[in-house]
Design a protein around this ligand. Sequence first.
Ligand code: NAP
Length: 200
Amino acid sequence: MTYSIIGSGSVGKALAGRFARSGVTVGVANSRGREAVASALTGYGEVVHPFSLKDALAADVIILAVPFWAHLDVAKAAADWEGKIVIDVTNAYGVPLSDLGNEPSSAVVARSMPGARLVKAFNHLPAHLLAQDPRTAGGRRVVFLSGDDDQAVSAVSDIAGRLGFAPVSLGRITEGGRLVQAQDKSWAPLIFQDLFKKEG
Ligand SMILES: NC(=O)c1ccc[n+]([C@@H]2O[C@H](COP(=O)([O-])OP(=O)(O)OC[C@H]3O[C@@H](n4cnc5c(N)ncnc54)[C@H](OP(=O)(O)O)[C@@H]3O)[C@@H](O)[C@H]2O)c1
């Protein structure tokens, strides 16, 4: 599996740091090109590579860490989404539900990328916590996953585990996944819940 992060802001950098510390190769892109990524990501070591958006879109697993509506531009930038695993880290906080057709925001993102297998993950934690080592003396920091494709959820669970987190699946996006979908100006019940799973 190859991995990329689209977005080199607070979340993109936090997750890039986790890839770096876990020794898992990742490419990072933003809207301004490889050189801008390189200057945003100094000191992340050898496994974090500045990518063009085009190169980032070629990865098997694409982590979407852009402002919510920017997903539309990212969606248009790929010729084909078929089979791609997209990890949706966006939060549509403050977006009126009517602008989303009363659907969870991840369903809206998924529809813009036909054929992609979308898993919502990592969005419930603030960037400064995502950046921290998820392993403590007693356990590992929980990340919630939701998605409609079991194989994609399993692949995201795998990379979350390799990054040091304890993945917990909530089920489908329109079911348990609603617990991590911001709704207009309300945060969902599991957003900001910083839980740890005990080892053993
Ligand atoms: N901040 C948090 O604590 C937090 C936690 C969980 C989830 N989230 C969610 O995660 C997402 C990112 O948040 P953030 O705080 O990291 O935002 P941010 O610091 O503003 O960074 C956004 C990044 O997205 C990139 N971007 C924007 N449009 C793009 C496009 N069309 N193509 C490629 N890259 C594009 C920007 O690139 P340029 O630099 O080139 O403009 C920038 O690197 C948001 O949806 C947010 O709601 C945030």
